[in-house]
Write a protein that binds this ligand. Sequence first.
Ligand SMILES: Cc1cc2nc3c(=O)[nH]c(=O)nc-3n(C[C@H](O)[C@H](O)[C@H](O)COP(=O)(O)OP(=O)(O)OC[C@H]3O[C@@H](n4cnc5c(N)ncnc54)[C@H](O)[C@@H]3O)c2cc1C
Length: 460
Amino acid sequence: MAAGAGGDLVQPVALERDAKKWEPVFGGKSRDNNGPERKPGRAIVVGAGLAGLSAAVELSRAGVRVQLVDAAPRAGGRCRSYHDPALGLTIDNGNHFVFSGNQAVARFLGTIGTAEALHGPPHASFAFHDLRDGARWTLAVNDGRLPLWLLDGTRRAPETSAADYWPLARLAMARDPAAAIGGMMPTTGLLWERVVEPMLLAVLNCDPAEGSARLAGGFLRESFLRGGRACRTMLAMPSLDAVFIDPALRWLALRGLTPRFSARLRGVEFGDEGVTALDFGAGAEPVHDAAVILAVPPWVAGDLLPGLTVPDRFCAIINAHFAIPFPAGAPLITALLGAASQWLVCHEDRISVTISGADALIDTPREALAATIWGEVSRALDLTAPMPPWQIVKEKRATFAATPAQDARRPGTATRWPNLFLAGDWVQNGLPATIEGALRSGASAAGMALAGSLRYGPAR
Ligand SMILES: Cc1cc2nc3c(=O)[nH]c(=O)nc-3n(C[C@H](O)[C@H](O)[C@H](O)COP(=O)(O)OP(=O)(O)OC[C@H]3O[C@@H](n4cnc5c(N)ncnc54)[C@H](O)[C@@H]3O)c2cc1C
């Protein structure tokens, strides 16, 4: 890690060991076991976001000839980087956090060769700064599964007791798809304000009180419940493209896959056997014996497939980027309270701020947003410099709102057409709309196309 970007807080991690524990299981058996594999000769993956890339990688790994198509002139979808002329820098559309315990992330990056390119603190720690009173603290989760950190007042949020955290254990076990978080734990008090609300807002991208308890539980079980080793917050550095997208395309290119870009799927034709043809605007193209994986956003899939129910409520995320190297000694990531800004990330060459659940701010003029956020960044980092070159990236439909009602609208991977499978962060995968969920769903769709089922099993 280059100097200036988090100093010794930032260390590479190897996720390979965890990846092995969570090998996807095809058809209830490992593929090495000669499970009931039904390998299609070809597959067409429509959508080259993370879900589509994950499906393409899994299918290519299995020796299937894959065609990958996207409406955009490039891959990455909602997880992408670009060169911003206003800043003179390559930036991500938004800070994307993953966790050291994310199993599909580990498998995907392990396959394409960039597992070492995730950076985060050596131990799970979360720096908080309340701009209302200047209070700063660090939530420091111990490495092991036994939550000993809760017994140490210096590792918890100030003025919270170990007993206050008990409802989180209940939430982690939540299975009722209709339960909202607000119905399972107090949504007032210091624990809520200082820990639960900021964290779950970032994870669910909707008001945490109305968020799905089941989805929050899925997140907690796979991160905090597995101890600090599984919940270190990791960032792709230097950029999302450099870690997730470009290496995946190179890996696929080595296996003979050249994606077809700027080709928008406009229609799907069906026969008795399932999907028979896809129309990308130049007439129906027969799919022949290919399996088709639709890895497009939910509103696109809903328009293309008759009778498909999909999430229909979305929440915005706003990111602000400032072209200024961050001050020495600042944490890589800080959660801000009492501010519009929520998560402040110090990259090597820029400071980026994320605001989730940002619907109320989406129509605020960009200049006003930049000024407000820069004021908060300056206070948090004790900066006196005038506002540097900046950029505001608004994603109006960043993710579906992770409420019980929206979760209930998520379809499964299989469809009623035997050669058509769905992938995307909005397809049922037990998690909110996340990179981990998108990669899993792509792998699951590939597994179904290959063998009939794929699931991620618990670590043994
Ligand atoms: C600002 C922001 C911040 C985020 N932060 C985080 C985070 O911190 N941590 C985290 O885990 N997740 C985060 N997410 C969510 C994460 O980015 C998504 O879950 C993930 O990228 C979704 O991938 P996907 O492949 O399911 O969908 P998409 O990325 O939306 O991919 C769909 C693809 O389909 C293509 N397409 C659309 N229509 C058609 C068509 N008709 N024909 C062909 N192709 C089509 C699109 O061009 C796109 O490439 C964030 C998202 C945003 C927007």
